[in-house]
Design a protein around this ligand. Structure first.
Ligand SMILES: *[C@@H]1O[C@H](CO)[C@@H](O)[C@H](O)[C@H]1NC(C)=O
Ligand SMILES: *[C@@H]1O[C@H](CO)[C@@H](O)[C@H](O)[C@H]1NC(C)=O
Length: 268
C-alpha cells in the first residue's frame, strides 16, 4: 500500500516536473509568447506585508482586465502611502480578447517567478507588456533603452536601405492620431511595426518613436532586422521576413533594476 502510494506520489511529482519543464522549454505555441525582456527592481518588499497583497491584487486586476481591452492601468492605494502600487499592461494592438488575456496571464506568471518579492517588475513578451512598481511611472514618458538587437549585416544595398528608411519614416509619423495602436508598414520586402504603451499622450508617443527610430538607424545600420524596445515604446523592422531571436547588441540600462539574460545576471 505504502509502496503504491509512494509510487503514485513520485509519478505525480514526475508529472508536475515534466509539465513545468515542458511549459518552460516548449517552443511557445505562438510567437506572441516569445520572451523579449524581463526586469526587477533591486528593492524588495517583506513577504506577507500589505505591499505584497497590493502587488497580487494589481496583477490579478491586470489579468482580468486584459480580456476586455488592449491597455489598462490600475493603482492600489495602501493605507500607508508607501504601500501604494501602480500597474499596467499593454497588448500588441492586434491581440484582443482571449489572446491578450492569455499573453498577460503568461507574462504575470513569469513575472511572479522572476521578480519574487521585488517592489517593481516588468515583463515583455512579443504579444504584451506587464509592469508594476511603487513609484508613479503611469503617464510618464520613459525613453530608457531596454533592449536593442540587430540582425546580421546585409551589406550595402541602397534599394533595401531606401525601403527600410521609408518604412521607418512612416512608422515615425502620425497616421490619423492612432499613436497608441500597433502600426505596421511594408515596402517591398521590408516590414516594420511600432507601438507605444497606452499611457503616453500622442505627442509623447511620437517623441518616443522618433527616438527609437533614430537609434535603430544608427545602431542597426544595414542590418537584416532590428528591434528597439524603449521603456514606453518599441519599433522593429525586418528585411525579407528574416528575423531570428539571436542577434547582437543587447543593452539594458534601467538603473536600480536588474535584468537576467540567458541565465546570467546583469545588475545595473
Ligand atoms: C518603494 O518601496 C520601497 C521598499 O519598501 C521603499 O523603500 C520606497 O520608499 C518605496 N517608494 C515609494 C515611491 O513609495
Ligand atoms: C488609467 O486608467 C484610468 C481608468 O481607466 C484612465 O482614466 C486614465 O487615463 C489612465 N491613466 C493613464 C496614465 O493611462
Amino acid at each position: 500500500m505504502s509502496v503504491i502510494s509512494n509510487r503514485a506520489l513520485s509519478m505525480w511529482s514526475l508529472c508536475v516536473f515534466l509539465l513545468t519543464v515542458s511549459i518552460l522549454i516548449t517552443p511557445s505555441t505562438s510567437a506572441m509568447d516569445t520572451f523579449v525582456y524581463g526586469g526587477c527592481s533591486q528593492l524588495k518588499y517583506t513577504p506577507g506585508s500589505p505591499y505584497e497583497n497590493n502587488v497580487n491584487s494589481i496583477l490579478t486586476s491586470l489579468v482580468n482586465s486584459a480580456m476586455f481591452s488592449t491597455y489598462n492601468n490600475f493603482t492600489t492605494i495602501g493605507s500607508n502611502p508607501q504601500d501604494t502600487v501602480y500597474g499596467l499592461f499593454q497588448c500588441r494592438g492586434d491581440l484582443q480578447g482571449n489572446d491578450c488575456a492569455r499573453c498577460v496571464a503568461r507574462a504575470v506568471s513569469q513575472l511572479g517567478t522572476l521578480c519574487m518579492d521585488s517592489c517593481g517588475g516588468a515583463f515583455q513578451l512579443e504579444g504584451c507588456l506587464v509592469k508594476y512598481d511603487n513609484s508613479t511611472f503611469l503617464g510618464v514618458e520613459d525613453k530608457t533603452v531596454v533592449v536593442q538587437k540587430c540582425g546580421p549585416s546585409l551589406g550595402y544595398n541602397s534599394d533595401e536601405l531606401t525601403r527600410r528608411d521609408a518604412v521607418l519614416a512612416y512608422l515615425g509619423t502620425g497616421d490619423g492620431g492612432a499613436y497608441n495602436t500597433y502600426r505596421g508598414s511594408t515596402s517591398g520586402d521590408v516590414q516594420g511595426v511600432a507601438q507605444c504603451v497606452g499611457d503616453l499622450s500622442p505627442s509623447e508617443c511620437q517623441d518616443c518613436l522618433t527616438d527609437a527610430i533614430g537609434q535603430l538607424r544608427t545602431d542597426c545600420g544595414a542590418a537584416a532586422w532590428g528591434d528597439m524596445y524603449l521603456a514606453k515604446c518599441f519599433v522593429r523592422f525586418s528585411v525579407g521576413g528574416v528575423h531570428s531571436h539571436g542577434g547582437n547588441g543587447k543593452r539594458f540600462r534601467h538603473s536600480g533594476w536588474w535584468f537576467p539574460i540567458f541565465g546570467s545576471l546583469f545588475v545595473l
